[in-house]
Design a binder for this molecule. Structure first.
Ligand code: ARG
Length: 461
């Protein structure tokens, strides 16, 4: 069998079901361009170590170049008989330059150090694409925040009316976790930028090959210091899977709000037609499917992370074939986010906010009660007393079916003599919001400053 990388000690080939179980070309083929690049680097260190003559090196590099082009064009694809991407590419090289030269490439390397290196290369690139997509969502949130600098809304805890906040403050509250996720991806890369190439199957190479030369050529920061660790550890993949799952969770929290906000009961937003779907039976429907798929796929990303961790947890050193199961969950998490991120970006960028409705609801549910209590504290009243008095105002307003701002001067004074008409300066949504003007608060000046900070962070990441 042409594509087989082993067989010398076997009398028969693998059973059909064995070959089917073993096969990975249907998913590891995405590593092929990386394998070709790494093979070129490997050929050069073989040459530097005196194991490949000048002419053979030239032939091999030229063959790999053609093979890479054929992989890119689709002219070369895995055959049924190929076990994995590495075997398929060796077959392809030998078909192009013959067994005499093509058969020399495999010296001093194993699929174990190869696949560990290629997976890192693929993931480092993929993570950069994902980070750019996440920054797209951050940009859409920042743009919406900038477009609504003064819009107010009911802030909630426990999904119950709590205190009024600026819409821009709320939108930016979704941008911060996403920025931290991008920071996590940047940080991930520091640990992923170590090359396992040269570790061989597990013990390193005896052929005088220089792992640092390969590492540099493949844009890693350095080669690994322990060949056993380098061929068997996948914490880099789990770390990426975690950050990808965290991105899913952060997007899902936002998606959940888009779903709720677009109901007539809330009526905060209308979704753009381009980012919603209809119903096959109910003609009036406009459904928030982008958000629902985000929520749904975040479950899948969590599953990919936990599945990978379970795969890793009981493996003795060094390489075990279990590790072939490391790639699909991570590939899938990346693929799902590459579908989601542009859609979420489009959804957020085109949300239409009903700011009048939000403003109308901002004081509902007595959300200014805390402002009464804090105003009294500023007049020297102990908070325990002020909290009681503000509660008394809520009771009085509730009994009469009006808002706190509708209480008369007499009603206020009856609750507590300290409640003079001056308290009315905080009995407006705008007064409440602008009073929260310490760093991190919802006052307009702070939110404007925060928006600059978010945009600056997004720019330098
Ligand atoms: N396809 C394997 C993987 O993805 C690499 C091959 C290692 N096979 C082996 N028998 N050592 O991990």
């Amino acid at each position: 069998n042409e594509g087989a990388l082993w067989g010398g000690r076997f009398e028969s080939g693998p059973a059909a079901a064995m070959a089917a179980l073993s096969k990975s070309t249907h998913f590891d083929w995405v590593l092929a361009p990386y394998d070709v690049r790494a093979s070129k680097a490997h050929a050069k260190v073989l040459h530097a170590a005196g194991l490949l003559g000048d002419a053979d090196l030239a032939t091999m590099l030229e063959g790999l170049e053609r093979l890479g082009a054929d992989v890119a064009s689709g002219a070369f694809v895995p055959a049924d008989s190929d076990e994995d991407v590495h075997g398929a590419l060796e077959r392809g090289l030998i078909e192009r330059v013959g067994p005499e030269v093509g058969g020399r490439l495999r010296a001093g390397r194993s699929r174990n150090d190869q696949v560990a290196t290629l997976f890192r290369m693929w993931l480092r690139d993929a993570v950069r694409r994902v980070a750019a997509g996440v920054l797209g969502v951050v940009d859409a949130l920042a743009t919406q925040a900038a477009a609504h600098p003064a819009a107010v809304m009911p802030g909630k805890t426990h999904l119950q009316a709590a205190q009024p906040v600026l819409l821009a403050h709320h939108l930016l509250a979704h941008a911060h976790p996403l920025l931290r996720d991008v920071q996590r991806l940047v940080d991930f890369d520091r640990r992923a930028a170590i090359s396992p190439y040269g570790s061989g199957a597990l013990a390193g190479s005896s052929l005088g090959l220089n792992p640092d030369a390969i590492a540099a050529e493949l844009k890693f920061d350095s080669a690994a210091d322990n060949s056993i660790d380098a061929t068997s550890s996948r914490d880099f993949a789990a770390e990426a899977a975690f950050v990808l799952a965290m991105i899913g969770v952060d997007l899902s929290r936002m998606a959940e709000e888009v779903i709720i906000w677009s109901t007539p009961e809330f009526g905060y937003i209308t979704l753009a037609d381009a980012w919603s779907t209809g119903s096959s039976i109910m003609p009036q429907k406009k459904n928030p499917d982008v958000s629902e798929l985000t929520r749904g796929k975040s479950g899948r990303l969590i599953g990919n992370l936990t599945g990978l961790l379970a795969t890793l947890k009981a493996q003795p050193l060094a390489y075990n074939r279990d590790l072939q199961e490391d790639k699909e969950p991570v590939f899938d998490s990346v693929a799902q986010l590459e579908l989601l991120l542009p859609a979420i970006t489009g959804l957020v960028a085109t949300l239409e906010f009903h700011t009048e409705r939000m403003a109308e609801l901002a004081p509902a549910g007595f959300t200014l009660a805390t402002d009464i209590a804090e105003w009294m504290v500023r007049q020297g009243v102990p908070f325990r007393v002020a909290h009681e008095a503000a509660g008394g105002c809520v009771r009085a307003a509730e009994a009469r079916g009006v808002g706190l701002e509708d209480l008369t001067d007499e009603e206020l004074a009856a609750v507590d003599p300290a409640l003079t008409p001056a308290v009315r300066e905080v009995l407006t949504v705008e007064g409440s919001i602008s009073s929260r003007n310490a760093r991190g608060g919802t006052a307009g000046v702070q939110v404007a400053r925060q928006l600059d900070g978010v945009r600056e962070s997004a720019r330098v990441l």
